[in-house]
Design a protein around this ligand. Structure first.
Ligand code: ATP
Ligand code: K
Ligand code: MG
Length: 709
């Protein structure tokens, strides 16, 4: 199996692979470690990654970037609305309320989902890994921002499927960084943990996590984030600064011109980087708009001043992470910054001020996420031996289950009796399984939802499950055990429902069963009615087969805050319990259906084929061209004696004709035509080449002979 980690950045993507001697970040076709997250749609093919970035200026409206911002978000999301204002390509609302990206591809307008575009990008990254490993890549780990919602996580998985990848683990980027930091440390404490704050400032967002390290393990204590605070916000500030300056000075309005906007934004990003190392930086763009050359200059001080609104927001996620961890700044022993956005000196100033100590850059700021992902993949891989190191991950949001209460409770007033309980509180370990017990007489439904809408910008409801039909043997309310799983990727689903029926036959109390009772102890949530109508109990369902691996740091704590009611029946003489699986049907809001994913896989296959055909066509065309040049040179050089003058003249004329054809009628032909054209030339050229080679061989035979004598 392949051991690969992908850092899918908003701006830059990195691919790391595990080899016997360790983890390597690998180079793409252009020999870069970072691959821009850009897909450019062309008349004949797509250009992805570095090639996509190169095509952006020529073809801005069809160059899709910021994919990570768009994926899994509703069109009405205010952040998305803000983002698309500065994007050069068109984004509209799809029939499902999610965005559609429009681009001119193969000569006509096409619509793509952000998931599809991410799939294209991932497929390119997969190709980079495969070239380097010289093997097929399927299994992998992909980094995701900790703030990604359920639907965003699902979308990343779908994008991976489209790319032919199978992520073993979507891992929080900050956790990947913490892993890459901790696993090599040989001096971690045995008892009191070493608390490290990791701050990742990327292109579009900022993430914080506080991790406690002990020998052989790390535990994520808390998270903080700002979804919209990153390097690009500084670009934006500079962009507006210069745009309004140029409006005054040069009477040009770049906002009216997609290409000019793009060029000014790119120049501002460069300027920002120059300001990280210099106190002043110039900005010169030739022919920006209306044939006007523009010039400007800015001092770092002024840049920091106009950036105050951004800089002011840096502290909030830090404070949140600290308070969620129950720590003070003094308890944080080390501060590590990563992400290239952190190179802005003002950022470091704020971090230093906040923590009272200088942040360190122990890790490679741009590579650590991909390295951590590859490490995680190696840990999960049976074929790699990795130093024993446990990662206790924690989930950043609270997740509830909601259902309608029993009809008898609704009698008073007749209103629907909506109930809910927190199944996975914020900070819950990942993965985790909980079981709830319901008493019902017929099919019922439950909603999985976020407990606190303020924490995220997403609709609260994640999914709805219909549970049933089932039949209770005695016509009473049946007892059902409903298992809810928070999986390794941080995706929540109702995994199973089981009908529990006590059978008449009494059986002696065995050791096994008393253990089972102990496991069942926790119980119904506060919100559940206390009467005999009580319809839900909750428990941890630890130790189920695939929650393994995290058992250690896992759910010792989670449910304590809610005082659970003990199920009285559990105390009665032990009876045999018959378990029957109850059917489940699932609706996940905004998720692609599996047929849609399948369709997208097919489409991706077609587009990839088209790209390949075009690459091969270019390749065959180049072959004709270089044959023409090469043969022409050789005909007046080493082949001169092996062809008659008349034949040479005729051949040179033919070569000239083909060269002219390449620039005219033959400019845009199919692969087969170029292949045929090369054959045609070789028919004339090959005999000459053969005669030349034969004479060389004769020559070498003679040489050898003379040597023997
Ligand atoms: P995200 O983590 O948000 O998904 P990403 O991982 O692609 O995005 P990074 O590659 O960590 O982001 O950082 C990219 C940002 O860093 C860009 O905004 C870029 O302009 C900025 N950046 C890179 N070098 C410098 C520098 N020397 N000074 C200031 N900013 C820089
Ligand atoms: K990155
Ligand atoms: Mg990043």
């Amino acid at each position: 199996m392949s051991v690969v980690g992908f850092d899918f950045g908003n701006e830059n993507c990195l691919v790391a692979v595990a080899r016997q001697r360790g983890i390597d970040v690998v180079l793409n076709d252009e020999s870069n470690r970072e691959t821009p997250a850009i897909v450019c749609f062309g008349d004949k093919q797509r250009f992805i990654g570095t090639a996509g970035a190169a095509s952006t200026m020529m073809n801005p409206k069809n160059s899709i970037s910021q994919i990570k911002r768009l994926i899994g978000r509703q069109f009405s999301d205010p952040e998305l609305q803000r983002d698309i204002k500065s994007l050069p390509f068109s984004v509209t609302e799809g029939p499902d309320g999610y965005p559609l990206i429009h681009a001119n591809y193969l000569g006509e307008m096409r619509a793509f989902t952000p998931t599809q575009v991410m799939g294209m990008m991932l497929s390119n990254l997969k190709g980079i890994a495969e070239k380097n490993l010289n093997a097929a890549v399927v299994d992998c780990c992909i980094g995701i921002p900790v703030y990604f919602t359920d639907i965003q996580r699902r979308a990343v998985l779908d994008a991976a499927t489209i790319a032919g990848l199978h992520p073993l683990h979507l891992i929080h980027e900050t956790t990947a960084t913490a892993l890459a930091y901790g696993i090599y440390k040989t001096d971690l404490p045995e008892n009191e943990p070493l608390n490290v704050a990791f701050i990742d400032i990327g292109h579009a967002s900022m993430q914080v996590c506080i991790a406690g390290f002990k020998k052989g393990q790390l535990k994520i204590l808390s998270h903080g984030f700002d979804r919209s605070l990153g390097g690009r916000d500084f670009d934006e500030v500079l962009f507006h600064h210069f745009a309004s300056k140029f409006k005054e000075e040069y009477k040009i309005d770049v906002s009216q011109n997609a290409k000019a906007s793009l060029r000014l934004r790119a120049a501002c990003e460069k300027l920002k980087k120059v300001l990280s190392a210099n106190p002043v930086a110039p900005l010169n763009i030739e022919c920006l708009m209306d044939e006007k050359d523009v010039r400007g200059v800015i001092k770092r001080e002024e840049f920091e001043e106009i950036s105050i609104p951004i800089l002011e927001r840096v502290k909030r996620p830090l404070e949140k992470a600290l308070s969620d961890a129950g720590l003070t700044v003094e308890d944080v022993h080390m501060v590590e910054v990563v992400g290239s956005g952190s190179r802005v000196p003002a950022m470091i100033k704020i971090l230093t001020e906040f923590f009272g100590k200088e942040p360190r850059r122990t890790m490679n700021a741009s590579e650590c996420v991909s390295r951590g992902c590859a490490l995680q993949c190696a840990i999960l891989s049976p074929t790699f031996k990795v130093r024993e190191f446990q990662v206790h991950e924690s989930f950043p949001f609270s997740i509830s289950l909601a259902w309608k209460g029993l009809a008898s409770d609704a009698q008073n007033g007749g209103a629907e009796n909506q109930q809910s309980t927190i199944v996975f509180p914020k900070g819950n370990p990942i993965p985790s399984v909980k079981a709830l017990t319901f008493y019902r007489s017929g099919t019922f439904s439950v909603d999985v939802q976020y407990s606190d809408v303020n924490e995220l910008q997403a609709p609260p409801k994640i999914s709805t499950y219909s549970i049933g039909p089932f039949q209770s043997s005695k016509g009473e309310r049946a007892k059902l055990k409903v298992k809810v799983r928070l999986n390794l990727h941080g995706i929540v689903s109702v995994e199973s429902a089981t009908l529990l029926e006590e059978e008449e036959v009494e059986v002696p109390v065995s050791k096994d069963q008393s253990e089972e009772t102990a496991k069942m102890e926790t119980a119904s949530a506060e919100t559940a009615p206390a009467s005999g109508d009580s319809d839900v109990n909750m428990q941890d369902a630890k130790g189920t087969s695939d929650a393994a691996g995290t058992d250690n740091g896992a759910p010792e704590s989670a449910d304590k805050p809610v005082q659970m009611e003990t199920d009285s029946k559990a105390e009665a003489p032990k009876k045999k319990v018959k378990k029957t699986n109850v059917p489940l049907s699932e609706v996940v809001y905004g998720a692609l259906k599996s047929v849609e994913v399948e369709k997208a896989v097919e489409k991706e296959f077609e587009m990839a084929l088209q790209d390949r055909v075009m690459e091969e066509t270019k390749d065959r065309k180049n072959a004709v061209e270089s044959y023409v040049y090469d043969m022409r040179n050789k005909l007046s050089d080493k082949y001169e004696e092996y062809i008659t003058d008349a034949d040479r003249e005729a051949f040179l004329v033919k070569l000239q004709e083909v060269e002219d054809w390449l620039y005219e009628d033959g400019e845009d032909e199919t692969k087969g035509v170029y292949v045929a054209k090369l054959e045609e030339l070789k028919k004339v050229g090959d005999p000459v080449e053969v005669r030349y080679k034969e004479s060389l061989e004769r020559g070498s035979v003679i040489d050898q002979l003379s040597y023997c004598i």
